[in-house]
Design a protein around this ligand. Sequence first.
Ligand SMILES: O=C(O)COP(=O)(O)O
Ligand SMILES: [Mg+2]
Length: 225
Amino acid sequence: MPATFVFDLDGTLVDTAPDLVGALNLVLSLEELKPVTTDELRHMVGHGARALIQKGLASRGRAVSDARFEDLVRAFLAHYELHIADESGLYPDVEAVLDMLADAGHVLAVCTNKPEKLSLLLLEKMGLLPRFAAVCGADTFPVRKPDPAHLTGTIALAGGDVRNAVMIGDSRTDRETAKNAGIPCILLEYGYSDVPARELGAEALIARFADVPKAAAGLLPASGS
Ligand SMILES: O=C(O)COP(=O)(O)O
Ligand SMILES: [Mg+2]
């Protein structure tokens, strides 16, 4: 029975931190604030660009007006779009595992809090875009993760079935989204999270992307993977 595998993007499929840090540090420099390190940034990602900028400014004790904030969001997105794949790269085994799942007839999709346009651009640059039946970003639906409708809407667009689906992510946001949708969740320990992934109570916790098929087989209905 084919299952639907829904993947988070940042911190799950692609290590985007090296390019996100460039965009955030541009914003901080516009405010004459000290840059963040890539490690600091890894604890701030997961709720989209606006939340990342808010966290970056807050980490430096800076509050800005609403109008200035909108200017900074525009600067961040323009810079990030130009540099989206300068240093970002796939985590080990991502391509091979996606191929294996697709060859087995499973449906693959992406559910991310990155804007849809940037998600498509990044996946295209990583050579992964043709593998996904649906790529749904923060602005694809009126709601986004952790609202379960972002996940269930992604599965519907991909032509999958919520009763035979699994979410693979890296953060509290992914864990809560899956829980809210009644869908099992696998968390990767290497991703971006404000707390260690092992503390989030996911149905499965794995250290390597190569472990996705085995973990999913234990969570999907019989013969699901
Ligand atoms: O852009 C973000 O903050 C998070 O993106 P993700 O949902 O793919 O982890
Ligand atoms: Mg993520």
